[in-house]
Ligand binder design. Structure first.
Ligand SMILES: [Zn+2]
Length: 114
């Protein structure tokens, strides 16, 4: 709840406002540095994966679209910097995938573009 409140019930990736019903049902929490990153990434995160600073509000769509591959976590960076770097990388990937889906939607589903 505190993460959602801090982020004002908005998806930190796409900016969707999820404060209204039934959009509120699509609120999720994303671990910026993934829980399994210790096993997959080159460097270990320097802080607590479960801490509030490593969590962001994400809409269900963005949380599903995030890349499942390992993120490169620079070992020299502080935990705050590591989170920031991974967040920016994820955001770029998610917005690219959203765009790819929109193009597919426009080409194959929509009679009129959104
Ligand atoms: Zn989103």
């Amino acid at each position: 709840m505190s993460v959602w409140k801090r982020d004002e019930w908005k998806c930190r990736y796409c900016g969707a406002d999820l404060s209204k019903w039934p959009d509120w049902l699509n609120l999720t929490i994303d671990h910026v540095i993934p829980k399994n990153s210790k096993n997959r990434a080159g460097s270990k995160p320097k802080g607590d994966i479960e801490s509030t600073e490593n969590k962001v509000t994400a809409c269900r769509s963005c949380n599903t679209m995030r890349n499942q591959t390992a993120y490169k976590i620079p070992s020299a960076a502080s935990f705050e910097e590591q989170i920031k770097i991974v967040f920016e990388e994820k955001k770029e990937q998610i917005l690219q995938r959203r765009n790819d889906f929109m193009e597919f939607y426009r080409a194959h589903v929509a009679k009129q573009p959104p």
